[in-house]
Design a protein around this ligand. Structure first.
Ligand code: 5GP
Length: 190
């Protein structure tokens, strides 16, 4: 998606530890017009799939997921990161290792909001090592629901997440795939 790639080149900053900062339009301040264009692009890509729910993980996936959901006219559900899992059987639970915070979270989703009738589009802002997305995949499998695919805003193609998820036979569409980055130079995969 050219509009997104141009914006990354203009406003993205490469930080030590392979982190791309996109705080001015995606992760802190949010460019709603750009998010809407992103929502439209995912609708173009997944418009033929019978999607009933958009699933993401807090916090930075939520804004993107909401804009995507507007185009599909379905609800957003977000998995919550929590300190302690309440083992009451009312929630799906999994563990996710955070790439940016370098710690492991318990992640929960109420059983009320996902069931085996659902056809799910997974959405997230970044795909790096794939832990966040694998956590969501685990939750959907526990619910017995169907994964229609994943929509990622920025995939870091030099990390292993994309290969891991695609290797499970899951369709992954990323709007910008970074081939390499360093010293404020970002190169995209064609
Ligand atoms: P993964 O679980 O695939 O390793 O990492 C995905 C999660 O980590 C995303 O939800 C995102 O919040 C965060 N993340 C990973 N890499 C980056 C990055 O380079 N920049 C930013 N801003 N977030 C990232």
């Amino acid at each position: 998606m050219d509009l997104l790639k141009q914006r990354i080149l203009k406003d993205g900053h490469v930080k030590p530890g392979n982190v791309l900062k996109v705080d001015s339009f995606l992760n802190h301040q949010i460019d709603v017009a750009l998010m809407d264009a992103i929502g439209a692009e995912f609708k173009r890509l997944y418009g033929d799939a019978p999607i009933t729910k958009i699933l993401t993980i807090e916090a930075s996936g939520i804004a993107v997921a909401c804009m995507v959901a507007q185009h599909f006219n379905v609800p957003v559900v977000f998995a919550k990161k929590t300190q302690s899992i309440n083992l009451d059987g009312e929630s799906y639970t999994t563990k996710v290792e955070s790439f940016t915070h370098r710690r492991t979270y318990d992640v929960i989703l109420s059983k009320k909001f996902l069931n085996k009738e659902d056809h799910v589009l997974l959405i997230d802002d970044f795909l790096a090592n794939g832990c966040a997305l694998l956590g969501l995949v685990d939750i959907v499998k526990n619910a017995g629901a169907t994964i229609e695919g994943a929509g990622i805003v920025i995939e870091k193609g030099f990390q292993e997440g994309g290969a891991k998820i695609r290797g499970q036979g899951i369709r992954v569409e990323s709007l910008a795939i970074i081939k390499s980055m360093g010293d404020n130079v970002v190169e995209f995969q064609e």
